[in-house]
Structure formats: structure tokens, C-alpha cells
Ligand binder design. Structure first.
Ligand SMILES: Cc1cc2nc3c(=O)[nH]c(=O)nc-3n(C[C@H](O)[C@H](O)[C@H](O)COP(=O)(O)OP(=O)(O)OC[C@H]3O[C@@H](n4cnc5c(N)ncnc54)[C@H](O)[C@@H]3O)c2cc1C
Length: 491
């Protein structure tokens, strides 16, 4: 005999929680199946919140040193454990658990503990040690099981010296040396955090630069700052050919013949969909070779029209913020609700390196690929009073706008508060605004956000220079005496 709900959600991470609450808000009967003892998924339990809590402490150390507070010894004790730096983690995670429990309870969502798998297209079976299996039937299903680190067979993960991103925060002691394999957001973030805590970090990527999702000037600036501020060494165009562990030391061999040694290696090159347990063929749901559920990316419907998927289980980008929105949209489509039928195309993306980076909208390369003629405007925090106060001298904001109507199409920020500051251009892009917004806006003084105004001025100047250069070159190409304006009656 099956229990029956309008919506059955599998997973209680950001996607599962918000999807469940959305459906319940509209009066649907909803259950959430979660195999872990506590809700919140990767975001709360092993990813975003724990890593950002550790980063915050590391950043504090770094800033105290950077801001030139003298007479105090800010060095980290060599016997410090990771736990020493994560005191606040417990409180942060407890608060998140409490908020999720309260949200699901308030919406009357039924919680079911166990591992879910599809028995057939209409039924999910839930198993949990010590309990009889339960069968759940539903009008619609939402798969929100997230993703997990990709662990290539040739990497000798041992949970002690060679680790993935969900294991590194369980390290007892701060490793004196750390090799990070992977130059994406997670790799650069952990490299920053551990270097700020005092580890000697080498970052290895087989790409030609770090953070390839960013404009080249931004990723170059991040690399420069990681080295200058934190001493992070990076090896680009360097494939890892072998990882060996002898005793407590790992040796990493690179394609250029170099060998690196460290007390810890963090492997974070990719993720894969957490779908192996779900027996998706039984539901007629198809996945990519990396285990990500295939959806139409608009309604988040899978190859089974009654099964939806949202969040990391659908593939990149892996962001908690996006996972929540995808789930809300999926649920609206599942029940024909008009409240929210599309995920915003404007997605601010943070990268929690030190310095922090955030982007929104198009990159320069993206604009070129779309055939959009753009200009940039840049302002540096060293020219901003608040930037001077906080010592954020190498950061900047960069605006990208269309040359024809000055409409903002993209923005990037590097420096303290980037993840917050990026919401201003995100709102301007979302509302179809132009550079004029920044020209006319009043910003706090002293405030980092004021840099946007100067980036807009810079953009206008670049545009004016471009127009006058074009006019000059046109004038040079025109033989003397040729009228530049067609005589009356000829046009
Ligand atoms: C180190 C790290 C740092 C990160 N930092 C950030 C950040 O700063 N900002 C940001 O936006 N994102 C960050 N992320 C990404 C963010 O954590 C994810 O995008 C987000 O958690 C995805 O949410 P989700 O609901 O799709 O999946 P998850 O959060 O992974 O939740 C999936 C849930 O499904 C459950 N589950 C899986 N299979 C089953 C099953 N068969 N039956 C029952 N339950 C099941 C799991 O136990 C889990 O609770 C980070 C990730 C990592 C790894």
C-alpha cells in the first residue's frame, strides 16, 4: 500500500527545501525524503556554509595582517587544528538546520527519513535501516539529490592525505603544505583559505589560466593577488600524471616533469550527479554520462513529464541560490502555477577567494560570441576612500555595456564585499538599465559601491575616445575636399 502526496521531493538541500515549501504554500500535500540525519544538503552540511565559515576566520587573520595592525602577533600556532578555526561553524549550521526545520514544519511538509529510489514511474520506495520500506506515490516528483565530487580511479583518495572537497574540512591539523588540483572556483577558494591560515599552497590546473569562467583580466588579477597576498603558487597548463602517498606525504607529478610534495592534496576538478541510488530508468528519467539528470532547463521537466529535477543534480552551475530558484520554478510548472515560471537570466556568481570575486551577466568573450559590441568601464578601489580605509587597494569594479545604447550587460567585482556589491549591477541588468543609472545615482560616502559611478565615467570616456578615434580614421580615409555630410538633395 502506497502513501500518496501531490508532490514527493527527494533531497532536502536548498532545492528540495524550497521546492517543497513552494508547493505546500499553494496548498499541495508534500513529502520530503532525506537520507541524511539533518536537512540542508551540501550547502549546509559539507559545502557552502562550513567552507565560508572557515574562510571568514582565515580572512580575518589575513585582514589583520594586511591592515597593518602592529604590535600583535597574528601568526597561527603550528599545532592548530581546522576545528580551532571553525568554532562558529556549529552555530551557523545549527541556525540553518533550525530555519529549514521551521520552514518545512510551518508549511506542513511531511518529513521522511531514508534513501529513495524509483520502483516504477509513479512510485518511490524509501528504505532506512531498522524500518520497513515505504512506498510513496505522487502526482509529481522533484529530484533534488544534488551532486558529489568526481573521484577519478587513478587518484588514491584516502580521506587522510588525498582528499575531496567534502573531506578537507574534516582534516584535524592544518597541513603545512597543500596541493590543490583544480583551478575552478572550489580549488581557488580552498587555496585562498588554507594559504590565509598559513599553509604553503600550490594550485595545479591543466587549463591555461585559473577560473576560466571569468574574463581573462579578472582571472589574471585573481592569480596575481593569490600569489602576492597569500603566496599561493600556481601551475597552469600542468596536467597531473600521478599522485602517490608514502607515509604522511603525497607526491604529485605533473606533465611538465615537475614533482610537488605536500602533507595534503585536495582534488577538486569536477562533480557528478548524485543519481546512482535513484534507479532512474525505472521512472523513464534519463541522465548524462556524468550522472546529471537531463531536463529541458526551462520547466525543469525530465524525460518523464511528471518527474522534475532541480539544483546541482541538473549540472552546472552549482550554486545554492540557483538550486532554490530552479526548484520553485519546477514546482510551479508541475502544478500549473503562474507565480514563477522562469529562472531569472541574471545570476550573480560569487567566488570566495581572497580577494573575493563576483560576476553577473556576460563576460567580454560571451558578448563577442553573441555578436554584441561592448565597451568596458573600470574603477579601482585604491581610488575609493573606503577602499583605502579597508586596505582593499588592488580590487576593482568593471562594467560592460553595449556601445549602441549603453545598456549594462555584465559586471565583475574583485575585492572585499564583491559578493554583496555585485547585486547592484545585477539589479540594473535585470531592470534593463544603462550606464546612466550609475552616473545619476547617489552612493554612500565612504563606500565601495561609489566605485561604480567612476567605472561608469570611465566607460563613457572610453566610448567617447572610441567614437573620436573612429571619426579620425574615417576623416583620414576620406580624400581632402570630400564633403563629410551629403550635400542637400543627394541623400
Ligand atoms: C565546498 C563547497 C562550497 C560551496 N560553496 C558555495 C557557495 O559559497 N555558494 C553557493 O551558492 N553554492 C556553494 N556550493 C554549492 C552548493 O552547496 C550547492 O549548489 C547546493 O548545495 C545544491 O543544492 P541541492 O539542493 O541541489 O543539492 P544538495 O545540497 O547536495 O542536497 C541534496 C540532498 O539530497 C539528499 N539525497 C541524495 N540522494 C538521496 C536519496 N537517494 N534519497 C534521499 N535523499 C537523498 C542528500 O543527502 C542531500 O541532503 C558549494 C559546494 C561545495 C561542495
Amino acid at each position: 500500500m502506497s502513501e500518496r502526496y501531490d508532490l514527493c521531493v527527494i533531497g532536502s538541500g536548498p532545492a528540495g527545501e524550497k521546492g517543497a515549501a513552494q508547493a505546500a504554500f499553494y496548498g499541495k500535500s508534500v513529502c520530503v525524503i532525506e537520507r541524511a540525519p539533518r536537512p540542508g544538503g551540501t550547502a549546509v552540511n559539507s559545502g557552502a556554509l562550513p567552507s565560508k565559515t572557515l574562510r571568514e576566520t582565515a580572512l580575518l587573520f589575513h585582514q589583520l595582517r594586511q591592515r597593518g595592525v602592529t604590535g600583535v602577533d597574528w601568526r597561527v600556532r603550528p599545532d592548530s587544528s581546522i576545528g580551532d578555526f571553525m568554532r562558529r561553524e556549529r552555530a551557523v549550521i545549527d541556525a540553518a538546520w533550525h530555519a529549514i526545520d521551521e520552514n518545512l514544519e510551518r508549511h506542513g511538509v511531511t518529513r521522511i527519513r531514508g534513501t529513495a529510489r524509483f520502483a516504477d514511474p509513479d512510485t518511490v520506495e524509501v528504505t532506512h535501516p531498522g524500518q520497513p520500506p515505504r512506498r510513496i506515490a505522487a502526482e509529481a516528483f522533484l529530484i533534488a539529490t544534488g551532486s558529489q565530487p568526481y573521484r577519478p580511479a587513478e587518484i588514491p583518495f584516502d580521506g587522510r592525505v588525498v582528499l575531496d572537497v567534502e573531506e578537507i574540512l574534516d582534516l584535524r591539523m592544518l597541513p603545512p603544505r597543500l596541493i590543490v588540483i583544480g583551478g575552478g572556483a572550489a580549488g581557488c577558494e580552498f587555496a585562498s583559505t588554507f594559504a590565509a591560515l598559513g599553509a604553503k599552497v600550490t594550485l595545479v590546473t591543466d587549463r591555461s589560466r585559473l577560473l576560466t569562467q571569468l574574463d581573462a583580466d579578472i582571472s589574471d588579477a585573481v592569480r596575481r593577488e593569490l600569489t602576492r597576498r597569500l603566496g599561493v603558487q600556481s601551475a597552469t597548463d600542468a596536467a597531473v600524471t600521478a599522485v602517490r602517498v608514502a607515509g604522511d606525504i603525497a607526491t604529485v607529478t605533473l606533465s611538465d616533469g615537475r614533482t610537488l610534495h605536500a602533507e595534503a592534496v585536495l582534488h577538486c576538478t569536477a562533480r557528478e550527479g548524485r543519481t546512482a541510488d535513484l534507479v532512474l530508468p525505472a521512472a523513464g528519467v534519463t541522465v548524462t554520462p556524468q550522472g546529471f539528470v537531463r531536463t529541458d532547463r526551462t520547466t525543469f521537466r525530465t524525460s518523464n513529464p511528471r518527474v522534475f529535477a532541480a539544483g546541482d543534480v541538473c549540472g552546472l552551475p552549482a550554486l545554492a541560490s540557483l538550486a532554490m530558484e530552479q526548484a520553485r520554478v519546477a514546482v510551479c510548472h508541475a502544478f500549473g502555477l503562474t507565480f514563477k515560471t522562469a529562472v531569472s537570466a541574471v545570476v550573480p556568481t560569487p567566488i570566495w577567494t581572497i580577494p573575493e570575486v563576483a560576476t553577473v551577466g556576460l563576460t567580454e568573450e560571451g558578448a563577442r560570441l553573441e555578436g554584441i559590441r561592448i565597451e568596458r568601464g573600470i574603477a579601482h578601489f585604491r581610488d575609493n576612500p573606503r577602499g583605502q580605509i579597508v586596505g582593499e587597494l588592488d580590487g576593482f569594479v568593471k562594467l560592460l555595456f553595449r556601445t549602441d545604447d549603453k545598456r549594462l550587460v555584465g559586471a565583475s567585482v574583485m575585492g572585499e564585499g564583491a559578493a554583496e556589491l555585485i547585486h547592484i549591477p545585477a539589479a540594473v541588468i535585470g531592470l534593463g538599465g544603462t550606464l546612466e543609472y550609475f552616473i545619476g545615482a547617489v552612493f554612500n560616502y565612504p563606500a565601495m559601491a561609489d566605485a561604480y559611478k567612476y567605472a561608469a565615467y570611465d566607460g563613457l570616456q572610453r566610448l567617447a575616445r572610441r567614437v573620436s578615434a573612429a571619426m579620425e580614421s574615417r576623416a583620414r580615409a576620406t580624400p581632402p575636399g570630400t564633403p563629410t555630410v551629403p550635400p542637400p538633395g543627394t541623400g
